[in-house]
Ligand binder design. Sequence first.
Ligand code: SPD
Length: 357
Amino acid sequence: MKIYRLVSLLTLLMFLFLSACGSPTSAKLTSKELNLYAWSDYIPQQLLDDFTAKYGIKVNYDTYSSNEEMLAKLQAGASGYDVTIPSDYTVDIMIKQGMLQPLDMSQIPNFANVDKRFINQYYDPGNKYTVPYQWGTTALVYDKTKVPFEPKSWSDLWDPRFKGRLVVLDDEREVTGMALQTLGFDKNSTDPQQLDQAKQKLVALKPNILLFNSDDPETSLITGEAWAGLVYNGNASLAYQQDPNIVYICPTEGCGLWFDNLAIPKGAPHPDAAMAFLNFVLDAKESVLITKEFPYSNPNAAALDYLKTSDPTTYDAYMAFAGTNPSADFLAHAVGVKDVGDATKLYDQLWTDFKGQ
Ligand code: SPD
């Protein structure tokens, strides 16, 4: 009996020691709030509640719908945010402009949970400023019961049978990139003439566009108002969960590839809470909450291992759908958005003109 109690005590002491080493404790954190500025429909409320329960830190969640919206707000001087989620090319811009705070990786031991394929990317060599959140593709979605043919190419979206039936992301780089790919140009072209052709191409698509929506484009597919469109992988996954007739493909001209990342803006008012939050999000069990509610692709290897054992049905569904687990062929045709420097102005103007027409 005595030996049994000694073993229990040692186990408890070891657990407390490892907990103290492995993650920041609430005792070390002085902040009582965390101001999060992130994409809408991207972070489970349960995860935020779990963070508050563990650290006693209230999370204020402000949302945005595009990288450009977030970047413009921070560049205009919004300084109260502790954590944000820029995509790859926006990380690149924010680092170049000195907008991000270097991370203290000793406070983020759960970084070890990330699949090595997703660290040390071109936009943040050595992960000095960011840790991966979710990744995915931007591609063509359609409902095979509604569409009277089998789309294979972006150019199929211009088919007059799609009049008023397309849902398209309100994402200037992904949508313009799609038009450039359809024309056979580089998705990150900086050539004004090619961009002008892309604009004319998009204007010709307008009669087919039912709505622009980057927050919940899956809703219009589920209700049947939209028959097809250009969406992020997670939107297609959510639509597919409700309707197995939803198909998600990378068209012949190529599709999009992106990586979203947790980052701390320079001057964040609660950096201790921010660092604890980054570590918390990378916890395997917390990360599984993200995949269950917002099924983009998850770069957290430990989370996917945990999902496999804790909920094999969801794991099998994750592995079987092209939105969450794209094939090598899908990825071979997926092209990322890159910072285009001064040509960003051309994309901004193109988008304003196109949306305004
Ligand atoms: N609703 C959350 C959507 C997040 C998608 N991020 C992708 C960015 C692609 N450039």
